[in-house]
Write a protein of this length. Structure first.
Length: 180
């Protein structure tokens, strides 16, 4: 009799709790980055880390790179990386965006979908970008890359196929916007 009551209690808790958890996952958390000047709906609270990377032919220039990330459903990692290139560097949007997509693929990966051109509208400005899906072993990367003058945004969901194709991943990628 006690086992039966316990099973009924557990079933009732599951019926009441699971829809709430799924609703929380679907809703997400609106995250606004003051430093990165972006807003995105993430499946949890994002944490930020930054570092300076040496760049240029003689490694005499630095690029500030900041990543804000959160672990999401199905062990996927949701992140937005922002890189600020020096103003004096002449960036050609198509070359930079295609280079980032190729870098995501790496030597051992493959494009599940060829990089697709897209445009992010910010006020009256149109920011060029690419959407890409890469497969490398068991990992899949869905990403959107944008170049806003000398600032590069890499919006990415990384994980298994299940982890990167759910509604939380779709919402994350679609919700990204640049804020001034």
């Amino acid at each position: 009799m006690n086992v039966r009551r316990l099973l009924l209690l557990l079933a009732a808790v599951a019926v009441l709790t699971v829809p709430r958890l799924l609703a929380q996952e679907a809703r997400g958390v609106i995250h606004t980055s003051e430093a990165g000047k972006f807003r995105v709906t993430a499946p949890g609270r994002m944490k930020e880390e930054s570092k300076d990377l040496a760049t240029g032919p003689t490694l005499d220039q630095t690029v500030r790179v900041s990543t804000e990330r959160v672990d999401g459903p199905h062990n996927a990692i949701y992140s937005v990386t922002v890189a600020d290139y020096p103003e004096q560097v002449n960036l050609v949007a198509a070359k930079v965006l295609d280079g980032v997509c190729g870098g995501l693929k790496g030597p051992d990966g493959k494009f599940v979908e060829e990089p697709k051109e897209l445009t992010l509208t910010t006020g009256d400005q149109k920011v060029p970008g690419r959407a890409v899906r890469v497969e490398a072993g068991k990992n899949v990367i869905r990403a959107r890359v944008y170049l806003d003058h000398s600032r590069l945004y890499l919006v990415m969901v990384t994980g298994t196929k299940t982890g990167v194709t759910g509604p939380a991943a779709d919402d994350f990628l679609k919700s990204f916007e640049i804020v001034k």
